[in-house]
Design a protein around this ligand. Structure first.
Ligand code: PLP
Length: 281
């Protein structure tokens, strides 16, 4: 199993990370997860653009051009012979004696690995159950930061109840999932939280909004409340690994008739068509 360490491919057991890596001590870094279908990186450019944008937002300079970075990701997938799976890549501000402010002369540390993973076809067919959890994260959720404690605690709460995802809300307003974006459909209109500082603008979210345009589904990037969520005709979530995932219940309340909705299924089909068109499945 090869991993990437800065611009070197090494064996995982040979990786050494310093205790004073700022990712380890402060969560001072960023990450991306890129889907691999049939050996191809899906929407790689969008993920790489977002990685560079996250870096800029926390003032880390990535020492490679986007093209070089893309090739490193591609080579890692090829070296590990990943057919279906993901690439995980993270970058921290680097290693230095522990002080909160940015240290001088601190080269960033990049690591990446791969994991084989099949598409969650069974869950996508049957739909999944969820619960509401208060969103207690910070106010820069647009940054794909390594600080995931708020997300981790929310997911754990759902997991302990045998649920697939936690739907986060600030007060009455639904924001996103612990590791996904959220959508409701009411009278044929798709609603999702606007891409503000309160959510991560998912790459899958952008694909879905594009597909809605192509399919003639009206989109309102407008936040909705918890009670509006429960009254939606259909509900689903999206992420790099979950694609278009129908949500059939929230806090034990059925959404619609408690099965994946028609427009949700239409979007799943359109998503799959896009994978086929781009040579991904
Ligand atoms: N929102 C959060 C908090 C996430 O962690 C993720 C992805 O893991 C998403 C949304 C979905 O983003 P993407 O579609 O780019 O995977």
């Amino acid at each position: 199993e090869w991993i990437l360490h800065n611009d070197q491919f090494i064996q995982e057991e040979d990786l050494k990370i310093s205790m004073e890596d700022r990712g380890y001590q402060f969560g001072d870094g960023i990450y991306e997860v890129i889907r691999v279908y049939e050996g191809n990186l899906f929407t790689a450019e969008e993920h790489i653009d977002r990685f560079y944008e996250s870096a800029e937002k926390i003032k880390i300079v990535i020492p490679y051009t986007k093209d070089v970075f893309h090739k490193l990701m591609y080579d890692l997938v090829e070296k590990n012979e990943i057919d279906n799976g993901i690439v995980y890549v993270q970058m921290t501000r680097g290693c230095a004696p522990r002080v909160h402010q940015f240290p001088a002369d601190c080269p960033p540390v990049i690591v990446a690995n791969t994991k084989s993973m099949e598409r969650p076809v069974e869950a996508m067919r049957s739909g999944v159950q969820t619960k509401f959890v208060e969103d207690v994260r910070w106010l820069r959720c647009d940054i794909k930061s390594l600080n995931l404690l708020g997300n981790v605690l929310a997911k754990q709460e759902a997991y302990e109840e045998g649920l697939f995802e936690a739907i986060l809300h600030r007060g009455e307003t639904v924001t996103e999932g612990s590791s996904s974006n959220m959508y409701g459909i009411k009278n044929g209109v798709l609603y999702t939280h606007p891409a503000t500082n309160l959510i991560l603008n998912g790459i899958t979210r952008r694909v879905i909004l594009e597909l809605c345009k192509e399919q003639g589904i009206e989109v309102q990037e407008t936040a909705f409340t918890k009670s509006e969520a429960l009254e939606m005709d259909e509900f689903f979530m999206s992420s790099t690994t979950s694609e278009v995932m129908p949500i059939i219940a929230i806090d034990g309340h059925k959404i619609g008739s408690g099965v994946p909705g028609e427009l949700t299924k239409k979007l799943q089909k359109a998503f799959e068509e896009k994978l086929k068109l781009t040579g991904n499945v």
